[in-house]
Write a protein that binds this ligand. Structure first.
Ligand SMILES: [Zn+2]
Length: 82
């Protein structure tokens, strides 16, 4: 599983993190779309005909902000920082 988030560079909108089931190091647009299909609400990306994720707020193209192997250690670090 990869942890990934789509992010809009134009207005700063973050679509929220999703977990993507993939064996590759970087999720494909199809895999991202499948992962976000489980998420509901106004923050979720919109998808155009070309399989590109678009910002629900400004219509700009969303970019893959981060993607990493899901590790338990990261959650522990966040807890320490807060
Ligand atoms: Zn935007």
């Amino acid at each position: 599983m990869l942890r990934a988030e789509l992010y809009c560079y134009f207005c700063g909108h973050g679509s929220g993190e999703v977990l993507v089931a993939t064996k590759s190091r970087r999720p494909t647009p199809e895999q991202l779309r499948a992962a976000y299909s489980h998420v509901t609400g106004p923050r979720t990306p919109q998808w155009n005909a070309g399989e590109q994720p678009l910002c629900p707020r400004c219509g700009g193209q969303l970019f893959l902000e981060k993607y990493e192997q899901q590790v338990v250690r990261r959650r522990a670090v966040l807890k320490e920082a807060s």
